[in-house]
Design a protein around this ligand. Sequence first.
Ligand SMILES: Cc1cc2nc3c(=O)[nH]c(=O)nc-3n(C[C@H](O)[C@H](O)[C@H](O)COP(=O)(O)OP(=O)(O)OC[C@H]3O[C@@H](n4cnc5c(N)ncnc54)[C@H](O)[C@@H]3O)c2cc1C
Length: 411
Amino acid sequence: MIDFEFEPQVVERLKMYHMVAENIMRPISREYDEREHEEPEQFFQTMWQAQSLADVAPGGDLKKEQGGSVKPSGPKLRNLLTCTTTEELCWGDAGLFLSTPNSGLGGAAVMAAGTPEQKTRFLKRFSEGEPKWGAMAITEAACGSDSAAIQTTAVRDGDHWVLNGTKIFCTGGQRAVEKSDGFVVVWATVDKSAGRAGIKSFVVERGTPGMKVARVENKLGIRASDTAMIIFDNCRVPADHLLGSAEVRKEGGFKDAMATFDATRPIVAAMAIGVGRAALDFVRDFLREQNVPIRYGISPRRLTAIERDFMDMEVQLKAARLLTWRAAWMLDTGKRNNLEASMAKAKAGLVVTQITQKAVEILGPIGYSRKLLVEKWMRDAKINDIFEGTQQINMLIVARRVLGYGNKELN
Ligand SMILES: Cc1cc2nc3c(=O)[nH]c(=O)nc-3n(C[C@H](O)[C@H](O)[C@H](O)COP(=O)(O)OP(=O)(O)OC[C@H]3O[C@@H](n4cnc5c(N)ncnc54)[C@H](O)[C@@H]3O)c2cc1C
């Protein structure tokens, strides 16, 4: 049975994250949007301390689970809890959330594809209290939506794998490569002739010779988060940095790598919901100040246009949240959530772009002005429709699963 009733400790923790979002992130939101690529050092320190107080960090890291005592809702609900904290922090600022010191999408990839020993080894230092920046590098110039088209190679040489290739648009890539105790999870092919079955993921730790940042992008939104091009030039990693099994299995081999998305898509959906909720809350307060009522429980034909718009925004956001929580809960309870993760991601990416655009529209010119954060939320929203599988790709996955087609029949 699905039960989203949170225990009091979890509710308390969410309140703490909300306070962080409101009092720490919002006040510097505009500043680090405008000062793209500058390091919010004070923010890093504060967030590190705030996370130390919680049992599970955003991004799904192993914290108290390894030897700690407090587990408010049990470790099995880690993904669901990560979604709820992600929503709170992205209500504060999605770009700063992506800059928060934690193992991020790289950590989620380790959790999804690594062996139990690898999970402990690669996420251990984080759990022991050192900041760690994790990133996930899949996209290349000729490979984005089609993850199977990866050109980066990994060649076995004795006790090592040697990586060669260039990854682009890697979120948090610069911090993961250059900050203390960072790592990048890199997708590469170990056997091009095997097609998608030959794709494996590798952990490359900061300071590994042959890994360097070539460029940092200037972007439309989430500007506090760095997005890097990373070059791997004869980059040698120990053999046991390959996540999971090195065996190239024709059947199901690629599914292991793709399982990463089943874990990360609900988190990205939760990011979208946080941004959408920020816009919705702002519009609610604005309408209240203008004495524009939102009347619930009356016949739809008597609603004003603004009431319809507002209620539609609310409904869409709630629907996206329920899909997201279900996808995370399924992962936590060991159920295959590939369909649900894509449903949640597609829905949340779509509704956050609609809600934030509608918010700008309802507010009029002031909504478009930089005096408010609403225009920023509209810019921050769009990325949720792009990374971790675009809107179209997630819809495609949903259609395949619902209709029972493979990627050859429906592409
Ligand atoms: C700010 C930012 C951060 C990012 N962070 C990361 C990261 O951390 N790690 C990482 O690996 N990547 C990251 N990416 C890359 C992102 O995941 C890709 O841009 C995305 O997957 C799309 O791939 P692409 O750019 O190659 O576009 P393409 O695959 O070329 O797609 C272009 C357009 O065509 C559509 N399309 C493609 N194929 C189909 C199809 N079969 N049917 C219908 N429509 C289709 C797409 O939906 C899209 O609208 C990031 C991108 C941005 C902008």
